[in-house]
Write a protein that binds this ligand. Structure first.
Ligand SMILES: [Zn+2]
Length: 582
């Protein structure tokens, strides 16, 4: 490609609306252009990178046995009514009507269509297992699109679906995809981490998110400093550390605690450490009162709680609602609570001995309370605690640390959630019908590109990993009036192309400074500078964008050296897992 012909504009100024570096650089380097809020055109340079990421994904999907297909963007409402998601998906789903007034939607995801496709062509256990994927544009009408293609409304995504006979089969497909994902992100040059995650709106249990570590990431990750445990902050669990274990249970006692509502005040007044107290929180879950118990020094993770309660809306009860439950706000407690009110407790609570809690009556608290003695009832015990940095690892007891990440991919075990609703069934050896067991696996392609830029840039611009660079090497003749220099540069450019390098020549009639600035901004991994002294000395310079290193190389050897460096750069991005044999 010739820079003089390239459909691209680089900007000196940072666009005002771009909050994060990747967004700023993608606009400044002319990779994307905004069309509407959260809707972008990929310009030729950006599109080249996107296509390279797609190609890596294709190779890894095919290598691990998935087949590519292409599903439509526009779906009929019928399929989404069958799955039940037409009504529950909310405003992110872009609904529309055709000329006959029939309901359609712009697909935010493809579980319904793939399940319907598979149910029409799979009958027998002999046709399973099966994995199918596509790389497609999707649409989610985000409330707050931002960060460029990182959180846009229209976005390119790879989605893959697996169909198995049983759970054991699903485990194998899931593991294959986990390996494929590690290969994809390694080859793209990302510093990433797979973390155990909440399966959210898509449903099913068993999920990992692939997080590109980055300060601008919208997800929190807790990871163990001593073992492999890592989870999103919405999902992380903590090893229960119940207090008072082994002590003799003392008689329960009510103590007068006027105007003393917070855990801190109480700790001081009673001389009871916060970890020996139990907090009682009152919620309304879809309008039904629920009482939640958690150790006094911990916080409730409402995402986890919402899953445990399986509710859509979870809000704190108002003071009036608390009184309607029979308790005084600020003095709530589980002892003697009405039978019709559900009580959910965090894992630690039933194990605690001689803990303190509210009495329910104004100005009173109870001490030496014991669930194990039957002082109160619990309906559900679950992990509902918010985990923070410094907590104990649930696997090894080590210390958890915190980092931020950009979610670039997620893999889910869907089990039979969709096959059951949409009737995707197969017949086994004995003529018995079963629901297929499904998994689904997504990668945000544009978001991966943005995440790479977040991790690979400096003050001057992007620093592309070679595998996804729009161009691998750029030839820059510094003087466009020197015919000999231009001819030599052209020769080198063509030689590099002939040898399979993705080469670009900056043949514009521009000052060297302009060319160098643009080269830094665009961030191609290798640059050959054909300088003024080239003719005299017979030497050119190869500059490595990532390190800034400059190599003086004889003109006759430049092509060789570039190819060698290119090879080394690819070798450094080698995938960790081998493809299974066919
Ligand atoms: Zn650990």
């Amino acid at each position: 490609m010739r820079m003089s012909r390239l459909l691209s504009t680089t900007l000196r100024e940072t666009p005002a609306e771009a909050e994060i570096v990747s967004h700023q650089l993608m606009v400044r380097a002319g990779l994307i252009q905004k069309v509407a809020l959260g809707i972008y055109t990929y310009m030729p340079v950006g599109w080249r990178t996107l296509k390279k990421i797609e190609e890596i994904i294709r190779q890894e999907m095919d290598g691990f046995g998935a087949q590519e297909l292409m599903m439509p963007i526009v779906h009929p409402a019928e399929l989404w009514l069958e799955s039940g998601r037409w009504h529950v998906y909310g405003k992110e789903l872009m609904r529309m009507k055709d000329r006959y007034d029939r309901d359609f939607l712009l697909a935010p995801t493809h579980e319904e269509v793939i399940t319907s496709t598979i149910r029409q062509c799979i009958r027998s256990y002999k046709q399973l297992p099966l994995m199918a994927y596509q790389i497609q544009t999707k649409f989610r009408d985000e409330r707050r699109p931002r960060f460029g293609v990182m959180r846009s409304r229209e976005f390119v995504m790879k989605d893959c679906y697996s169909f198995d006979r049983d759970e054991a089969g699903l485990d194998i497909s899931y593991e294959k995809m986990a390996q494929a994902y590690s290969n994809v992100f390694t080859r793209c040059g990302l510093n990433f981490r797979p973390v155990a995650a909440d399966s959210g709106a898509i449903g099913g249990s068993g999920s990992h998110e692939y997080m590109a570590l980055s300060e601008v990431g919208e997800s929190g990750i807790l990871f163990c400093t001593q073992c492999d445990y890592a989870a999103t902050d919405e999902f992380a669990s903590v090893a229960p550390v119940p207090t008072g274990v082994g002590e003799e249970m003392l008689p329960m006692e009510a103590v007068h605690t006027p105007n003393c509502k917070s855990v801190e005040e109480l700790s001081v007044l009673l001389g009871v450490p916060a970890n020996r107290t139990v907090k009682t929180l009152c919620y309304m879950a879809d309008g039904v009162p629920v009482v939640v118990l958690i150790r006094g020094d911990r916080q409730v993770n409402e995402v986890k709680l919402q899953h445990v309660l399986d509710c859509y809306e979870l809000v704190f009860a108002t003071d009036d609602e608390v009184r309607a439950m029979g308790m005084e706000p600020g003095y709530c407690g589980p002892v003697g609570l009405r039978e019709d009110i559900k009580i959910v407790a965090d894992n630690e609570v039933p194990l605690m001995v001689n803990h303190e809690c509210g009495d329910g009556r104004k100005d009173y608290h109870l001490i030496h309370v014991n669930y194990q003695r039957g002082d109160y009832r619990i309906d559900t015990v679950a992990d509902i605690a918010l985990v923070s940095k410094g907590a104990a690892c649930p696997c090894c007891g080590g210390t958890l640390d915190f980092a931020r990440g950009i979610e670039v991919g997620q893999i889910f075990k869907l089990h039979t959630k969709y096959s059951e609703k949409l009737g995707a069934r197969y017949v086994d050896e004995n003529g018995q019908e079963h629901d297929m067991v499904m998994g689904c696996y997504g990668i945000g392609v544009g978001r991966t590109m943005a995440a790479v830029i977040e991790q690979h840039h400096d003050a001057h611009g992007i620093i592309w990993p070679i595998s996804i660079a729009p161009f691998e090497v750029e030839v820059i003749p510094v003087n466009d009036r020197d015919e000999w220099l231009m001819a030599e540069s052209e020769k080198l450019y063509k030689e590099l192309q002939k040898r399979g390098c993705d080469a670009l020549i900056d043949d514009r009639r521009e000052r060297p400074g302009v060319k160098f600035n643009d080269a830094d901004l665009l961030g191609f991994p290798l640059r050959v500078i054909m300088g003024k002294k080239c003719r005299e000395t017979g030497m050119a310079e190869i500059k490595i964008r990532a390190t800034g290193e400059v190599l003086e190389v004889a003109l006759t050897e430049v092509a060789d050296r570039v190819c060698e460096l290119r090879q080394q750069m690819f070798a450094a991005l080698q995938a960790p897992y081998q493809w299974p044999e066919e």
